[in-house]
Design a protein around this ligand. Structure first.
Ligand code: FES
Length: 164
């Protein structure tokens, strides 16, 4: 065999080896990507599809933080805390028509719904509009630490004031 033939043969063998290694790595890489995708899909499929709701119990803080004749909305929890001369009470701020969040209008002394115009007095009774029911009164109490607590999941009869 001539030296040039030996050189060509080595180059040919080297080029073949590199191509094979390349395709092997490409195949393994593809399998790896497919395996990761399958594992991610399996994890998503097998993990429980649960919504974690926040607690219905709200700690509104100390009663002395609420001035007499004040109406305070907690937008995050969707409640009003009212301090009237008869005592404290908590109202749902969610309109009984289609569930919009109402707002307190201090200049008018009413609670108004921005969606379809329902209006309620400070005690939650409907004044006008399409709302089918008054705003719900919510159970409230004073904790052992002296904080005002509200349970959004428990309605009470209207005009049951909490005296602190
Ligand atoms: S949602 Fe309040 S009036 Fe319609």
């Amino acid at each position: 065999m001539m030296p040039e033939e030996i050189k060509d043969l080595k180059m040919g063998d080297g080029a073949e080896f590199d191509r094979r290694a390349f395709f092997t790595k490409l195949g393994l890489g593809s399998l790896g990507i497919a395996a990761v995708g399958t594992a991610a899909f399996a994890y998503e499929f097998l993990s429980p599809n649960v919504l974690y709701e926040p607690s219905p119990i709200i700690n509104a803080g100390k009663p002395e933080n609420f001035a007499l004749d004040s109406v305070t909305i907690d937008v995050k929890s969707g409640i009003y805390l009212v301090h009237s001369k008869e005592g404290f009470f908590a109202l749902s701020a969610v309109c009984t028509h289609l569930g919009c969040l109402t707002t307190w209008k201090p200049e008018l002394g009413i609670i108004a719904c921005p969606c379809h115009g329902s209006k309620f007095n400070r005690e939650g009774a409907k004044i006008e509009g399409p709302a089918p029911a008054p705003l719900a009164w919510l159970r409230s109490w004073v904790s052992d630490e002296g904080d005002l607590m509200v349970d959004r999941s428990t309605n009470i009869r209207a005009m049951e004031f909490l005296r602190v």
